[in-house]
Design a protein around this ligand. Structure first.
Ligand SMILES: [Mg+2]
Length: 89
């Protein structure tokens, strides 16, 4: 659950300031980070936790490709709806 929440922060920053907005990286003094990279990093963190949950038997089955495909179709359909209504360009 913690990793799910951590994904929200860079997504919110990307929506507000743009995916390529740069800011000082608190973990590496002198370096900068971009929101799009932070999103990828946090998704990697979540996928790592999912793998651990599978390895330790907490999750009982791997990802279901049928459900994944259904979700992708649903999201694409909703994106088209948003595009038609001008809220997505
Ligand atoms: Mg994280």
């Amino acid at each position: 659950m913690e990793e799910c929440a951590e994904i929200q922060k860079p997504i919110c920053k990307a929506l507000r300031f743009g995916e390529n907005d740069q800011y000082p990286n608190p973990n590496f003094p002198g370096a900068t980070s971009a929101n799009i990279h932070d999103i990828s990093d946090e998704i990697d963190d979540l996928l790592g936790v999912v793998e651990l949950l599978l390895e330790y038997g907490v999750l009982k089955r791997p990802a279901d490709p049928v459900r994944i495909m259904a979700k992708k179709k649903k999201v694409l359909k909703l994106m088209e709806y948003a595009r038609e209504h001008g809220s997505l360009t």
